[in-house]
Design a protein around this ligand. Structure first.
Ligand code: PLP
Length: 400
């Protein structure tokens, strides 16, 4: 579906048609996203917010229109709850630094899950080190399902935040975010959700989830690299101190002291990535035109087809068998190192990711060095699943 919108897919790699199954790392970009960014630089480029001239006003209006578009896309109550960042990593770092400075103190605790991406572990480790707090970990079971029964006992009067992924980038597990939020809120604890792997694959409504923060990157949802979003509930963002200082985030600057701008500008210091924000807007248009439900259904079909086909390969083991999954399949072929499997697949034109996928604790859980990961998007086809399966059968004698 939609393959003609993605010219990059129409190429040969080592004499084979490219089969791009590395969508959890980054999705390809439809023509309209690239054209939006080109048009901006070729005919609309101007710095925003500070100009009185035509181009500056147009650029500002378009940039702020994307903020409102993101607000609608994720169901936020206010557009000033949408902060543009460089991506999920920066969104989480922003909260860890700013929320951490305001609310995290000696003896406090932050809870993360065992299946988090390093981006949702390391910023909390750093914040805990700075503030004298402790990181606590919610484990998952052998299928890759979070042990929700272990959440309540982790929460106490010292817990300041729960930070959890909506979808695991390695296991594909869709976590029951609303249940986690309900449980945390019963203890007065806010919840940050890392939505990097959810936003392109399902409808997200931050008010329905009732989460306090939601983070994602444009490049994993058909948009450009270098831009992402932090959604934060107004009451937290109002209370949190600025993350970075600079232009645009101030109201008045005197050497005696500075007062800060209102939301969302308090958290957007300096010149933002305007072209990339417009590209994000175009990516959202693409997802809405395709239909988020259609995308989800198509990917679920590919997931069940690919899972059933891969299971028939002798010696192939799939990691992550949660009942609620996105189209991410991590596996190992026999005892072969994932890197070897990935390299051989690459020579047959098949792009997968190998390694720990920035989730070393997940690898430690299973006692493996890494996995091979195939991840799917709207433009992938059953033929491509067949290509993956037949390539694996072809290289199996070399690996197992
Ligand atoms: N969280 C998850 C679950 C991810 O999969 C990723 C990227 O792979 C990130 C966070 C980091 O995203 P980014 O590198 O776009 O900041």
């Amino acid at each position: 579906m939609y393959r003609d919108l993605f010219p990059i897919l129409d190429q040969q790699v080592y004499g084979h048609p490219l089969v791009y199954l590395d969508n959890a790392a980054t999705t390809q970009k439809p023509r309209q996203v690239v054209e939006t960014m080109n048009t901006y630089y070729l005919s609309q480029n101007s710095n925003i917010h500070r100009g009185t001239h035509y181009l500056a006003e147009q650029a500002t209006e378009r940039y702020e229109a994307v903020r409102r578009q993101v607000q609608r896309f994720i169901g936020a109550a206010h557009s000033h709850e949408i902060i543009f960042t460089r991506g999920t990593t920066e969104s989480i770092n922003l909260v860890a630094a700013s929320f951490g400075q305001r609310y995290l103190h000696e003896g406090d605790e932050v809870v993360v899950s065992e299946m988090e991406h390093h981006s949702n572990i390391v910023p909390w480790q750093l914040a805990c080190q700075r503030q004298g707090a402790t990181l606590r970990v919610l484990p998952f079971d052998e299928r890759g399902v979070l042990r929700l029964d272990r959440l309540e006992p982790l929460l106490n009067e010292h817990t300041r935040l729960v930070a959890v992924g909506h979808v695991s980038n390695t296991l594909g597990t869709v976590n029951p975010v609303r249940d986690i939020v309900d449980c945390a809120h019963r203890h007065g604890v806010p919840v940050l959700v890392d939505g990097a792997q959810a936003i392109a694959h399902m409808a997200v409504d931050v008010q329905a989830l009732d989460c306090d923060f939601y983070c994602f990157s444009a490049h994993k949802m058909y948009g450009p690299m270098g831009v992402g979003v932090l959604y934060g509930r107004e009451r937290w963002l109002e209370e949190m101190p600025p993350y970075q200082g600079g232009g645009e985030m101030i109201k008045e600057v005197r050497f005696e002291g500075t007062s800060f701008n209102e939301l969302p500008f308090k958290f957007e210091a300096g010149t933002p990535a305007v072209a990339e924000v417009l590209g994000l807007g175009s990516a959202i248009d693409f997802m809405l035109q395709a239909g988020v439900g259609t995308i989800a259904r198509h990917e679920q079909e590919l997931l069940s087809y690919a899972s059933s086909q891969l299971k028939q390969i002798d010696g192939l083991h799939i990691y992550g068998t949660a009942p609620d999954k996105t189209a991410v399949i991590s596996f190992l072929a026999g005892t072969a190192h994932p890197y070897d499997t990935g390299t051989l697949l690459d020579k047959l034109g098949i792009a997968v990711r190998t390694g720990h996928h920035c989730t070393q604790p997940v690898m430690d859980h299973y006692g493996i060095p890494g996995t091979v990961r195939a991840s799917f998007a709207i433009y992938n086809t059953r033929d491509e699943v067949d290509a993956l399966v037949s390539a694996l059968r072809r290289i199996a004698p070399m690996l197992m």
